[in-house]
Design a protein around this ligand. Structure first.
Ligand SMILES: [Fe+2]
Length: 336
């Protein structure tokens, strides 16, 4: 882990004398914290630790911090916000995602790296310069595209207009001021233009629901109209999904959020079945090579105003993704 952090911090251009603040929570992994601290100090950084108590416990139906978003330990916390803004690099071992405060910190030039998966997952997927190149190369195509069209043998046929929102290029380190990233990762995404997504998404057996962290046993059909899922059909899995989303009592929870595809060969579709549900947030599932990552919920990460608390990620296998007619993923295989 010490070597892993040194590689991540070197790729993140950590310089002697820079101020690093490590954000922690009661469930931060002690080995990740200890090795991050040692690596950053060993490289000559000034290192702080900021420990914040968890929020949303009384409101969320899940213990997964990516499941209930929007309100974070930074909400209304001026002192913590000031500390983060005064830092060059924030190592987020707590999960500060989807918050206006995070955007504010980034806009001041601070870089933020999220790392909350268990140490062995981090060690298996230490980011590399090659990861960055692969994501950015694919990102050029996505950034130029006006439409994403997703199809599958299971029946998916979804069209999304693009161009309104920026790209999310996740390669696992933060090598520029104001950059946010997540270790481990290795995928590319963007958000469809508001109100434009149309068609249907058929989730197939083996596709993954997050935060449920389950593999579907049977298909679920989602009808998408004007950027929102309007109908959910299927068996038990469909009923569980619909009941969960309905618990938020928020129409915005049905909005299409980020869409993109996995580019990380060291992430595996099968690993989620090997872990206790609370031991991982499912980054293998989000990043495995060739998955089409479909999601519902907020767009605050992209600078939008949809701050819904409900966030669902759905890595799908065997989809074909076309950008303006050109295939970038064919039946779950990356071709660009
Ligand atoms: Fe997501």
């Amino acid at each position: 882990m010490l070597e892993a952090w040194k590689q991540v911090l070197t790729l993140s251009k950590l310089k002697q004398g820079e101020v690093v603040t490590i954000l922690t929570a009661p469930d931060t992994h002690p080995q990740t914290l200890a090795t991050a601290t040692m690596a950053a100090r060993g490289m000559g950084a000034v290192v702080n630790r900021l420990d914040l108590p968890p929020v949303n416990g009384e409101r969320s139906l899940s213990r997964d911090k990516l499941a209930f978003v929007g309100t974070t330990p930074l909400t209304g916390n001026r002192a913590a916000l000031a500390a983060l803004k005064a830092s060059d690099l924030v190592l987020d071992l707590m999960t500060l995602l989807f918050s206006p405060e995070q955007l504010e910190v980034l806009q001041g030039g601070t870089r933020i790296l999220l790392a909350v998966e268990p140490p062995e997952v981090l060690a298996r997927m230490v980011p590399t310069e090659a990861d960055r190149k692969r994501v950015l190369t694919a990102g050029k195509k996505l950034g130029a595209a006006k439409e994403m069209h997703i199809t599958s043998a299971a029946g998916t046929d979804l069209r999304c207009a693009l161009g309104e929102y920026p790209l999310l290029e996740e390669y696992g380190f933060v090598d520029a001021p104001g950059r946010w990233d997540h270790w481990p990762s290795g995928f590319l995404a963007t958000w469809p233009n508001e109100g434009t997504s149309h068609g249907r998404v058929v989730l197939d057996r083996g596709d993954i629901l997050l935060p449920m962290k389950s593999y579907l046993a049977a298909p679920i059909e989602l009808v998408v109209e004007d950027g929102y899922v309007t109908t959910i059909r299927g068996g038990l899995d469909a009923e569980l999904l619909e009941d969960y989303i309905a618990s938020f009592s928020d129409r915005e929870a049905f909005a299409i959020s980020h869409i993109g595809w996995g580019l990380q060969p060291r992430a595996r579709w099968s690993t989620l079945g090997l872990y206790d549900r609370e031991a991982t947030i499912g980054m293998d599932a989000r990043a495995f090579e060739g998955n089409f990552l479909f999601s519902l919920g907020p767009n605050t990460e992209a600078g939008g105003t949809r701050n819904t608390a409900c966030h669902i990620d759905i890595p799908m296998r065997r989809c074909t993704v076309r950008l303006d007619g050109e295939a970038v993923v064919v039946q779950g295989r990356v071709v660009c």
